[in-house]
Design a protein around this ligand. Structure first.
Ligand code: BG6
Length: 468
């Protein structure tokens, strides 16, 4: 069965108030102008007190989960990607026993999903490293964090063994290199050798993912484990070979992760880079064996945009961002209000590239449009989102026709939630509008958008086409 669904993450939706949850790195990210600085180079910065932390309120999925799952079920999804909040289970990461209140919450969420026959796709760490481990151990640089994660993952894998088949140990693992605090709990400005700390954190994340893959397969051979990449191919600005080389190198910064997780060993281009930087990871035989013997079953990707690279000097106006990656503006593409370039054909290219590189099934676990929706007379006519999603689904289907094995399409996001990069809820992605503003004001009423009814019709036609 093809997985048609949508996605959410714990830190952006659940909220932390009125619960025994500990702070994760995402819970230390303020709204407003300081946010990006805290995301990229915290230390002192993450410890300061800010006016408003958007994840603390989230959209209170913690209290609304029944209503929200019901609405999503009525839209016709057969799958939902969500994440478990690590610090709801282990508030600091180091408690001896898991927090029963946290487990009880997810018990109820999975029961609710099963009531509607919705297949859960579960991320174990979606930008959710415990802040305690970041502050006291340097996050994923330390094997303490790796061991704490494996312990937490073990508990979750066992508890939900019969309820969950698809697991993603780490959301967008390549973000560890781009936003080290959010992706890997690294206090980068306190590091004497930041590049070394990043390489160590990446290594621990990769080894931990291999251990989780091993345990999940031992527990239940039917378990399917995905490695996840914030994907999007890089185009060269021109056919100048220097630019082509530059684009290849940019892509390798990200493919490094999936190269390890799907091929089972560090690629030579990365080992050479470490050598040049005089970084010795001292990888032992046991770790090498883990990486080679416990590769992922499928490639999970988020796709929002393609990227472009060049070796020339760039002016500030030439550059834009897309999913936190700084990239050159591509003159052939339109952009969202946040400058993310819209490229449905780029999705087809990315899928084909990943298929050529790994020959593994691919699941699209995030794809969507952040926009400032307007609530007018109780309705939201988000026709631009319908255009965005239809164009991307159409290119995905062309990729299937090219021969790429795709096992699911989960749009981002089911409901409006807090934006990871901007901290705003006004950067809305959902099929369901949430009445709340960027300061957390509002009654959190849920209202179906035009895109909700469009996806509902689309999914019902797909079922008829598939004879389900
Ligand atoms: C991905 C993340 O990077 O992109 C999500 O996994 C995030 O958590 C999504 O929300 C969209 O990005 P943003 O910054 O617009 O919320």
């Amino acid at each position: 069965m093809f997985l048609w669904g949508t996605a959410l993450s714990a830190n952006q939706s659940e909220g932390t108030l009125n619960s025994s949850k500990g702070d994760s790195v995402s819970d230390r990210l303020p709204s407003g102008k300081n946010r990006y600085q805290v995301m990229t180079c915290p230390g002192e910065k993450a410890d300061e007190t800010y006016e408003y932390y958007p994840t603390h309120r989230g959209i209170d999925f913690y209290s609304h989960y029944k209503e929200d799952i019901k609405k999503l079920a009525e839209m016709g999804i057969n799958s939902l990607r969500l994440s478990i909040s690590w610090t709801r289970i282990f508030p600091t990461g180091l408690e001896k026993e898991p927090n029963i209140e946290g487990l009880n919450f997810y018990d109820k969420v999975f029961d609710e999903l099963s009531k509607y026959q919705i297949e859960p796709i579960v991320t174990l760490n979606h930008f959710d490293t415990p802040y305690y481990l970041a502050k006291n151990y340097g996050g994923w640089k330390s094997t303490v964090t790796k061991e704490a994660f494996v312990k937490y993952a073990d508990i979750i894998l066992k508890r939900y063994n019969n309820k969950v088949t698809y697991w993603i140990p780490c959301n967008e693992i390549n973000m560890a290199a781009h936003i080290p605090f959010v992706g890997a709990g690294l206090m980068i400005d306190l590091e004497k050798q930041p590049q070394k700390a990043i390489a160590e954190a990446i290594h621990n994340l990769l080894v931990a993912s291999a251990i989780v893959t091993k345990r999940a397969h031992e527990l239940n051979p039917d378990n399917k484990i995905g490695c996840m990449l914030a994907a999007g191919t890089t185009y060269p600005e021109t056919p100048d070979p220097e630019n082509v080389l530059c684009a290849m190198e940019k892509d390798r910064e990200n493919y490094l992760f999936t190269d390890v997780q799907l091929r089972g060993a560090y690629p030579t281009y990365y080992l050479k880079k470490l050598l040049k930087q005089k970084i010795d990871l001292a990888i032992c035989e046991e770790e090498k064996n883990l990486l080679v013997q416990h590769t992922a079953d499928f490639v999970a990707i988020s796709y929002y945009n393609s990227r472009m690279a060049s070796n020339r000097q760039k002016r500030e106006t030439d550059v834009t961002t897309g999913n936190v990656f700084a990239t050159l503006k591509n003159p052939y593409l339109e952009s969202t209000e946040w400058g993310w370039q819209i490229d449905p054909i780029g999705l087809r290219i990315t899928l084909n590239e990943l298929c050529d590189r790994y020959q593994k099934p691919i699941m699209i676990v995030e794809n969507g449009l952040g926009a400032k929706d307007q609530l007018i007379d109780g309705q939201i006519n988000d026709c631009y989102r319908i255009d965005f999603l239809s164009a991307h689904i159409s290119e995905m289907k062309k990729a299937q026709n090219d021969g790429v094995e795709i096992i699911g399409y989960l749009s981002w996001s089911g409901l409006d939630i807090i934006s990871a990069s901007s901290g705003e809820i006004s950067k809305r992605y959902g099929f369901i509008y949430v009445c709340q503003d960027d300061k957390g004001n509002g009654n959190q009423k849920r209202i179906e958008k035009a895109s909700y009814y469009w996806y509902q019709t689309f999914l019902s036609n797909e079922k008829v086409n598939l004879g389900e």
